[in-house]
Design a protein around this ligand. Sequence first.
Ligand SMILES: Cc1cc2nc3c(=O)[nH]c(=O)nc-3n(C[C@H](O)[C@H](O)[C@H](O)COP(=O)(O)OP(=O)(O)OC[C@H]3O[C@@H](n4cnc5c(N)ncnc54)[C@H](O)[C@@H]3O)c2cc1C
Length: 498
Amino acid sequence: MIKENNKTCAIIGAGVSGIAAAIRMQNKGYTVTVFEANSFAGGKLSQESKNGYRFDMGPSVFTMPRYVDELFELSGKNPREYFNYKHLDPVYRYFFEDGIVLDAYHGKQRYAEEMAKKTGDTSETILKYLNRTEEIYHLTADVFLHNSLHKFKNYFTRSVAKGLLNFGKIAAFNTMNEVNKKTFTDKKLVQIFNRYATYNGSSPYLAPATLNVIPHLEIMEGAYYPEGGMYSITSSLVKLAKDIGVEFHFSTPVREILTENLSAGKAVKKIKGIRTDNGSFDFNVVISNMDVYNSYLKLMPGEKKPQKTLNQPKSSSAVIFYWGIKKEFKELGLHNILFSENYQEEFNAIFEKKSVHPDPTIYINITSKHTPSDAPVGCENWFTMINVPNNSGQNWDQLVVDARENMIKKIDRVLKTGIRSFIECEMILDPRLVESRTSSAFGAIYGNSSNNKFAAFLRHANFSKGIKNLYFCGGSVHPGPSIPLCLLSAKITAGLVD
Ligand SMILES: Cc1cc2nc3c(=O)[nH]c(=O)nc-3n(C[C@H](O)[C@H](O)[C@H](O)COP(=O)(O)OP(=O)(O)OC[C@H]3O[C@@H](n4cnc5c(N)ncnc54)[C@H](O)[C@@H]3O)c2cc1C
């Protein structure tokens, strides 16, 4: 079942980053085998169906589709024969308790004009801010996204050196909230731009303002909807991987990463292979897409651990209610946010009190708006999510019950409805399930949090310093979480091999 040659690579985990790494390694001439603990691919980027409703279980906002396309092009295939997506405009609909509704459009000019109409800030202020996020993006992308931060030679490339020389400009020493509060007089705009801290599970009151690049990607570069829903990213990449010869073993958790001494008498180690319940298998290269914390803890308990990196505070998690709703809400779009009245308290609850705020910001994603077959006629599939702390042993059964009540009350208040009577089926995700389904440490969705100005430097590298030919890719290592960053993680990792 497992092929033998002198260029073999095992990938542990078929998350989006693991699949992308498999495609890249196969294209490098390796014979690649993916071992996945679940019976399905995708990890967080998976789907489930119930009573005629289909739900994307994790990610719902899709940016930078070029990194998906790149994998098809690299493999000599036409991406459009596997995977299609459309541009979204507007991207978001924001709801506030005072009845104000704001649409977030694509393109900085339109965005600024629309926001200025219903807020106390001018379109010039908003435009200036967006131009600044663009500038930060161009200064930081090569430093933080496109290269390994852990290879000394990378610091001498022109673009990385430029980014580092301009470090003062990227606002690393202020928090997102400090910069946003200084820029806007309208509290709603501060809240809207603070929200982007949640894209990597952090708090805008702690995370560096460098993360204000995120709105650039969504507002200027654009957000997209994959034809058939987010899961089609996973399914099309798995099809591509199989078409070019990658072998998948599902329901096959890897139990151990096997190492041996590099040469007799020396302490330096190298990869020997992996062990599953079916036996031990030799591989030249191993790439772990499993959360790096658990890769060390569970697959290499005897190896030396980079404690400082592994012990960094972890990101937030989520409670999600996947609701089959027997009604159509014309006032809602694909992405909807119902903002908390007290954002700072909400983040304090998550990161300080490790609890759930009674007035949480609610995100409602409804793919049946674009894929009608995702719900029965006249109905909608609601992915209803709030941010919550990661799992440190809280009483989640009780927290989930309380959160459900508070969310229902808020939805009723803001949308002037009685949502309880329209819920005809339900599935629930909480941090314990994130942990058990994807081996994410503490059920944190995004690996380490970015609640610290040095967080980017404290993510684990894409390679092991102590074990030759052992690599890491995915949301828990450099450059970080989200679909595009996980695809970049696979790209950096594959680039480091050999
Ligand atoms: C609720 C939610 C909402 C999100 N929203 C967005 C969004 O809107 N946009 C966005 O871009 N990103 C979003 N994200 C983040 C994004 O989903 C992740 O960053 C990304 O999917 C992580 O991919 P990954 O490859 O690192 O790992 P994962 O998806 O965690 O996959 C890891 C895989 O490894 C497998 N595995 C673990 N241990 C072993 C083992 N020992 N042996 C074999 N297999 C193993 C797991 O079963 C899993 O399949 C969201 C995530 C969640 C959960």
